[in-house]
Design a protein. Structure first.
Length: 134
């Protein structure tokens, strides 16, 4: 099974590691929030599945399904940068910001980006909440 990422086929899961045609729903991205009970359930079943390289799909998809852990999409957590965010009492709510394979210079640039994320305008908040569920 090939994994299409960033317009290129960069990930491959051999049939010997995962014989099914489709992966279960999983959390894609740099951050997963889970309860200690969910983590314990994943650890308990880790020996029941063959490990493959796409760790997002393995841990939060395959193992979660085996353990009966429910995967839930939370609004406001993205796997790409954004220029605005929902705010509470004028304070931002950024929880996670992606910075994969980043050099120190890249990390500094990302930090400056995070510092400049602004609160959303009311109409922008309405549209993004409605269209993108953010």
């Amino acid at each position: 099974m090939f994994f299409k990422m960033s317009g290129l086929f960069v990930k491959y899961i051999p049939i010997s590691s995962y014989p099914e045609q489709y992966l279960p729903d999983y959390c894609n991205g740099p951050t997963y929030l889970m309860t200690p009970a969910a983590l314990a359930a994943l650890i308990e079943v880790v020996g029941m599945a063959k490990v493959f390289e796409v760790e997002d799909a393995f841990f939060t998809g395959v193992l979660a399904r085996l353990a009966g852990v429910r995967v839930q999409n939370e609004r406001g957590i993205w796997n790409r940068g954004k220029s605005s965010q929902p705010c509470i009492n004028g304070q931002g709510t950024v929880i996670s910001y992606p910075a994969h394979y980043a050099s120190p210079k890249d990390l500094f640039r990302e930090w400056m980006t995070i510092r400049s994320i602004r609160c959303r305008y009311p109409i922008e908040h309405f549209l993004l909440s409605f269209i993108m569920r953010d």
